[in-house]
Design a binder for this molecule. Sequence first.
Ligand code: ZN
Length: 501
Amino acid sequence: MENKLKELKTRLAEVSDLGAAGAVLGWDQATYMPPGGASARGRQMATLGSIAQAKFTDAAIGHLLDELEPWAAQQPADSDDAALIRKTRKDYDKQVKVSADWVSRANLHIAETYQAWTEARPANDFKSVQDALKVTLDLSREYADFFPGYEHIADPLIDGPDPGMKAASIRSVFSELRNELVPLVQAITSQKEADDSSLRKSYPEKKQLDFGIEVAKDYGYDFNRGRQDMTHHPFCTTFSITDVRITTRVQRKYLADALFSTLHEAGHAMYEQGVNMAYEATPLAGGVSSGVHESQSRTWENIVGRSRGFWEHYYPKLKAAFPTQLKGVGLDKFYRAINKVERSLIRTDADEVTYNLHVMLRFDLELQLLEGSLEIKDLPEAWHARYKSDLGIQAPSDVDGVLQDVHWYGGLIGGAFQGYTLGNIMSALFYDAALKAHPSIPGEISKGEFDTLHTWLRENIYQYGSKYEPDDLIQRVTGGPLRIAPYIKYLRTKYGELYKL
Ligand code: ZN
């Protein structure tokens, strides 16, 4: 059995290496590649994707799993090897259903569509990507149809990023959350708007980036195993547990953009860097779901990075970096500015309270597109209508409307957005458990010390990579199922104080 396990791991490492090579190409495409490289790059990524798919779905892997499963069933429940076989079986059974032809068509199409989007967005030209999006929707439906027997056509698409979650259960959690959020947003926005003009002065780009990197290092993001580069739409990508990279963008006239995007992506990266090294190059490496991943980026961006305690320590440093821009702006005013709640157009700039409204409307639009009750050509108008009804505002163009997010242009339609709000809910759930174990954490944060929190997260969440499915992980860490109460309590406490509700 040991030899068979070794052979399985060797084969899985090859698949992982091909995936990592594809990720390097994707990272380069989104950072340094000249536009002329687009079509060759699309082809190269499709080639690597097809080879990885063929290697992973090789019948030899199926045979090895058949032979290893009886042995794995006798291992202790907590065994890493048993978990590896379980997880590989699940991924294998899924992938053998997807045709190699679909994979290569989808990879090529998505790479081309991404490139088209980088041109369509600044030109406010939805029409130029409309036909490509239609193909994306067809490809997404085709993918779902590899898994007949689903309850909702979005379920197979959601199961990839958020294993175990279904459209129906997410709809139900989201509607519970919406019922809490709508009155909270109403109560806050009926008050005088917070003044965030201090964030919109002229802040030299390099100094902004340096400050963000300093905080990310203090958090514990290991730059010996990572780096930060510039892109259109910030993301984190993993080539190995020992090479996890983040990207950001910077606006001279808006201090919050680069800073909080760096803290956000650093949270993703710390999760990936914290995975048990024994899982390297196996399906257990890497975060378990988009929801759990987002819970970690949100923890470091919001729960820590937008807390008053955090800024008690860092605001004097920020003022030292930007003495003229922040002259006369006290800590309280700055704290209110970075936590300003408003009905706004851009998801990635949205505050903690309204953010989930942005996500939930995208989730609904995805379901409608997949169900066939909404057509791609009507998407821009449907988008504007939902912003009007849910947030009370309308974008002047598609640039800040349907063209704003990369997801549908750089991936499939379905499963792309729910993870953000699931992550917000989980971030408070996990943080609550960390505080129960270590009530000293908030005091440490206000001294710029993050070791206790980082270590707790590494020991309870990061190290396990994809060993436990999200529901199991939540049960293990918090002693109960996914629930919104801690998140609602967090928002009510913080914004109740800020807005004297
Ligand atoms: Zn994120």
